[in-house]
Design a protein around this ligand. Structure first.
Ligand SMILES: Cc1cc2nc3c(=O)[nH]c(=O)nc-3n(C[C@H](O)[C@H](O)[C@H](O)COP(=O)(O)OP(=O)(O)OC[C@H]3O[C@@H](n4cnc5c(N)ncnc54)[C@H](O)[C@@H]3O)c2cc1C
Length: 290
């Protein structure tokens, strides 16, 4: 049996050298990877690089309008972040839904993105923020829009010598409103059957930019383009929420799998989008139009 060699670099430059030389499998919190190896989903790798000692991959910072989340940030740390509570409250809602306290203490946002599941809970919130992923190799850095990064379940455009080092997005302002909604089989420890995230810019009662992203209803997370187009220029009302929810159902093409059925998923997309929009409407009515 081949032995696995594990590298444990302390610095980013050391890690990038190893990635370049050995093309190892990256291990962050291990909550996906180790389950996949143990379950036989992937063969035991020849080389593993454990990145959890690299300080440069941790932390949440704001520089000007840019908010940056280190790839190694755990969901527990996201839930504790005042900065994200202000500028990405829907990412906290999604983080709260992930696994159990133990999984949230180990699981990282970088691992969630790189695992490339269409049901990954952090991905729809990052879509509506129009977040960019920062990938680094010894050759340099590149930024990729999260919406361009996943090409199918478990598939991304990452090169094997690259490390995801962080996620960056532009902070919204008082006109930005967000939601994240998901449906799982149980309250805890169940992967989403369907999820939806939204971001609306609302000024003087009118919607400017609108972004809606849907999870677990296509091979990758997708934008609900028809729903977004319908929202632009409108005022939120129960009628508009219903119209947009119906449009969102036509924006996705779910499949049957062990977690749910296509028809049910499609119906639930409408329910989640309508609920999310109604929640924003009620917030606005509750605390005055911004
Ligand atoms: C019981 C249980 C419940 C769960 N519940 C949920 C849930 O509700 N919602 C949900 O979305 N997920 C859930 N998960 C999945 C998992 O916890 C998350 O996807 C988690 O965010 C993975 O992060 P990690 O740090 O553990 O990744 P790892 O397992 O270490 O890595 C995952 C993948 O990403 C790659 N990778 C990690 N970091 C990097 C990096 N910086 N650069 C390049 N590649 C990298 C690894 O090579 C691997 O392919 C659950 C898992 C378990 C075991």
């Amino acid at each position: 049996m081949t032995q696995t060699v594990i590298f444990t670099p302390k610095s980013l430059s050391e890690a990038l050298e190893v990635l370049n030389d050995k093309k190892p499998v990256v291990l962050a919190g291990g909550t996906d990877l180790l389950v996949q190896i143990k379950g036989g989903g992937i063969p035991p790798p020849r080389y593993i690089i454990a990145i959890d000692n690299i300080k440069a991959l941790k932390g949440i910072k704001k520089n000007g309008r840019k908010v940056r989340i280190g790839a190694l940030t755990t969901f527990e740390e996201i839930l504790d972040s005042e900065l994200l509570a202000k500028f990405a409250p829907h990412l906290l809602e999604a983080s709260y839904e992930i696994g159990s306290p133990q999984i949230r203490a180990r699981g990282t946002i970088g691992g969630n993105i790189m695992n490339a599941s269409p049901a990954g809970d952090s991905i729809p919130p990052l879509f509506v923020l129009e977040a960019h992923l920062i990938l680094q190799s010894i050759e340099g850095r590149r930024k990729v829009a999260i919406s361009q990064f996943h090409t199918g379940p478990g598939k991304t455009i990452r090169r094997r010598d690259e490390l995801l080092i962080g996620i960056e997005f532009e902070a919204g302002d008082k006109s930005s409103r967000y939601f994240f909604m998901r449906l799982g089989t149980r309250k805890a420890l169940a992967i989403a059957k369907v999820s939806a995230a939204g971001m609306l810019n609302i000024k003087n009662g009118h919607i400017g930019k609108a972004r809606i992203a849907l999870g677990a209803v296509a091979p990758t997370v997708v934008y609900a383009h028809g729903a977004q187009d319908l929202l632009a220029g409108k005022s939120l009302s129960p009628e508009v929420a219903l119209l947009v929810a119906n449009a969102a159902q036509n924006d996705c093409h779910p499949i049957d799998d062990i977690r749910s059925q296509a028809e049910y998923r499609q119906a639930m997309v409408g329910v989640l989008v309508e609920r999310g929009l109604m929640r924003i409407m009620n917030e606005l009515n509750g605390d005055g139009q911004r």
